[in-house]
Design a protein around this ligand. Structure first.
Ligand SMILES: NC(=O)c1ccc[n+]([C@@H]2O[C@H](COP(=O)([O-])OP(=O)(O)OC[C@H]3O[C@@H](n4cnc5c(N)ncnc54)[C@H](O)[C@@H]3O)[C@@H](O)[C@H]2O)c1
Ligand SMILES: O[C@H]1[C@H](O)[C@@H](O)[C@H](O)[C@@H](O)[C@H]1O
Length: 345
């Protein structure tokens, strides 16, 4: 069975996913596309030689009988409406982060999905599929470093545009660490605080960059995460888990080493698209495979999207207050507690 996809949003990541579903992965086909910029949707069909219909909007696309699943790859503020409409239409949804831009919006999706009665939604938290993070999780689970005590993480982008605002450091960038780090140590967040080191001369006038976010978990683990989105030298993701018996670190992206001009070195990637390319492939392959096998997606859930958004909201509050803010989650519904496979365990 081929899963027939409609794509809502044919920008950067929408196109990446169209390419991988059409040319690389097994079991999916793009049959419909839409974008508020219709020229972009038409261009995507032409560029990737898709046998797909261009629809005027998400609702028209969702009404098409031959669409089994949608990729929601539009701008964050548009996600909630498309995801709710897809659930209403009983279609599977792969939605890029954020699930919705508010915790209330995420909860509306959670409630709609529970009302539907089975899982339809997977959130694009692809780091859970990255082999480096999977190895870290295995090591922690197998007690290789004893009890984890601290995590040091860094999320560095080479540069950002003028439209990137201080709060985006949390809800657009740190959101990946917010999701993957509590998953890594199987713990819940309790508090968050944000500090601002000396500002980088590369940050535009209204942007506070870099930032240091400190998260504490209920189990007492202290996480410090650096967000540094004008670091210039590359796209660099770091994670070190310090345990009672040792330390485990995220492997560097594999690249040749070189000896040249009196230097010994290796390359650093410049683009997020390359850094997690295998994880993007795996998350979408898993989405298709698990729907075929079990009738439901298997990866990060709407509840994971809700946890990330509540945490991001508290962190944004902490950006303004300078105080330690509390992270308060509602109780996890049984619907999202049933055991799934490794990625979600
Ligand atoms: N998982 C990741 O690592 C990752 C990486 C990049 C982007 N993202 C997320 O993916 C989403 C898209 O990011 P991008 O970089 O591709 O942005 P983009 O601006 O390149 O593309 C977004 C596209 O959506 C279209 N759009 C906006 N509102 C729409 C609507 N209501 N209906 C249909 N189309 C609409 C825009 O016209 C644009 O073509 C964002 O939520 C972003 O946070 C995730
Ligand atoms: O800061 C960027 C992250 O490093 C990427 O992984 C994407 O999520 C992108 O949307 C963010 O702007």
């Amino acid at each position: 069975m081929t899963l027939r996809f409609g794509v809502i949003g044919t920008g950067a990541i929408g196109r990446e996913h169209i390419k991988r579903i059409s040319n690389k992965l097994a079991g999916g086909k793009i049959v419909a596309v839409t974008d508020v910029n219709q020229a972009s949707a038409q261009d995507a069909v032409k560029s990737f030689e898709l046998d797909a219909v261009v629809y005027p909007n998400d609702l028209a696309l969702l009404a098409a009988d031959n669409v089994d699943a949608v990729l929601v790859t539009s701008w964050g503020p548009a996600h909630e409406a498309s995801v709710l409409a897809a659930i209403e239409a009983g279609k599977f949804v792969f939605v890029e982060k954020p699930l919705a831009t508010t915790a209330e919006g995420c909860m509306r999706i959670v409630e709609a999905e529970m009302k539907h009665g089975k899982r339809l939604v997977q959130v694009g938290f692809m780091r859970r599929y990255d082999s480096g993070y999977v190895q870290l999780k295995e090591a922690i689970k197998n007690n290789f470093i004893g009890e984890p005590l601290m995590i040091r993480a860094a999320h560095r982008n080479p540069e950002v545009g003028e439209n990137y605002t201080t709060d985006m450091a949390i809800h657009d960038t740190l959101i990946h660490e917010i999701d993957v780090l509590h998953w890594l140590v199987n713990d819940d967040y309790q508090t968050v605080q944000v500090a601002y080191p000396k500002k980088s001369k590369h940050a535009h006038e209204n942007l506070k960059d870099p930032q240091i976010v400190t998260l504490e978990t209920k189990g007492g683990i202290v996480i410090t995460a650096e967000i540094n989105v004008n670091c210039k030298y590359g796209y660099d993701i770091q994670c070190e888990v310090i345990g009672e018996e040792g330390i485990v670190s995220l492997p560097e992206f594999q690249s040749i080493s070189f000896r040249k001009n009196a230097m010994f070195g290796t390359h650093v990637l410049m683009d997020w698209k390359d850094r997690f390319i295998d994880a993007y492939d795996k998350e979408l392959q898993d989405f298709m495979d698990s729907i075929k096998k079990t009738g439901e997606p298997n990866g990060p859930t709407s509840w994971d999207g809700y946890i990330a958004q509540v945490t991001a909201d508290a962190a944004i509050k902490a950006q303004d207050s300078g105080e330690k803010e509390t992270i308060t989650l509602q109780e996890k519904p049984v619907f999202y507690s049933k055991p799934t496979e490794a990625v979600n365990a």
